[in-house]
Design a protein around this ligand. Structure first.
Ligand code: FAD
Ligand code: FES
Ligand code: MG
Length: 280
């Protein structure tokens, strides 16, 4: 649980994305692509889920990548090398099913690109033909470009503001690829902000293309005990932490996910302000 290394991967005026290498021998031995950990930075703090971006069993370490979005990710970013997390549990969730699908399109947006990386590596190892589409708000917060580029036969980047490569969003590229060669792709995998995954799902549904998304619902314990992550998938209640996080995109009740993820936004902001006031 000791932090061995920390690096700022990307930053702009509003956010930072950091890489962390943590001592986690048992987790490193078992972790598979698509799985995550739940961690607590401090005893008084909350639990948050983060994807295991890389597991290095020989070193007994795992790599996490987190974007500072609120109090807990900020506290994580403030940790000094040598300090330990209060708690770390994992690997949690089901691994992404890896096999030779044939021609796959992998879509990653924002910090979701970090979550895409282990899956992309595993799909490459399974001899898939990989088309990668990465999207970022702006060039400064694009991560893992070099690491992912080497895995892809076809590689596209979009930025919302046009500061790098193509101006636009990932679905602009996805639409064009599917219009050009309907039926050529066998499998789509998307991870990133909910509106991005929803848009991907709506497009691929028109082509009846198998599409899997990694859902980022609110989680507390991550072990199926609290019910916090529950969602309706294909008309059934499912727990994202133990039944997912990967699900068939065309079966997800997206509006429910959007509503549930907004539940504590105002409270989180208040807590963040309170914390800053008491610590300044
Ligand atoms: P807050 O201000 O508390 O919240 C900001 C937003 O983050 C909220 O609106 C909500 O959408 C989300 N969030 C807040 N608390 C939780 C929670 N307990 N569980 C889930 N979402 C929450 N982020 C990364 O940067 N890198 C990752 O690799 C990554 N992997 C994830 C894997 C899974 C399976 C899930 C479910 C989420 C993942 N996330 C990842 C999102 C990450 O958990 C949230 O950004 C983090 O919890 C925010 O906490 P906060 O206190 O800093 O921000
Ligand atoms: Fe508690 Fe899934 S996080 S049941
Ligand atoms: Mg929080």
């Amino acid at each position: 649980m000791r932090l061995l290394y920390k690096e700022i991967l990307a930053k702009d005026q509003s956010t930072r994305i950091l890489k962390f290498i943590l001592e986690a021998k048992d987790i490193a031995l078992k972790a598979k692509p698509g799985q995550f950990v739940v961690l607590m930075v401090k005893k008084e703090g909350e639990r948050i889920p983060l994807t295991i971006v890389e597991a290095l069993p020989q070193e007994g370490t795992i790599i996490l990548i987190a974007q500072e979005v609120g109090l807990t990710t900020k506290l994580l970013a403030q940790m000094k090398v040598g300090e330990s997390l209060y708690a770390l549990v994992g690997p949690l969730g089901n691994p992404t099913p890896i096999k030779n699908y044939g021609r796959v399109i992998l879509v990653g947006g924002g910090v979701g690109i970090a979550e895409l990386y282990p899956v992309a590596k595993a799909l490459k190892k399974a001899d898939n033909h990989i088309t990668l589409i990465l999207g970022a708000r702006t060039k400064e917060v694009l991560i893992l470009e070099a690491e992912l580029k080497v895995l892809a036969s076809d590689f596209y980047i979009t930025t919302d503001d046009g500061s790098y490569k193509r101006k636009g969003v990932v679905t602009d590229v996805l639409k064009e690829l599917l219009e050009d060669s309907s039926g050529v792709y066998n499998f789509i995998y998307a991870v990133g902000p909910v509106p991005m995954m929803l848009a991907v799902s709506q497009i691929t549904k028109n082509y009846n293309l198998p599409t899997v998304v990694s859902l980022n619902s609110l989680m507390v314990d991550g072990t199926g005990m609290c019910g916090c992550c529950r969602l309706t998938i294909g008309g059934r209640t499912r727990f994202v932490c133990i039944d997912g996080p990967d699900f068939d995109a065309h079966s997800v009740n997206w509006q429910e996910l959007i509503n549930r993820n907004r539940m504590y936004v105002e409270k989180e902001k208040e807590i963040c302000k309170l914390y800053e006031k008491t610590t300044s």
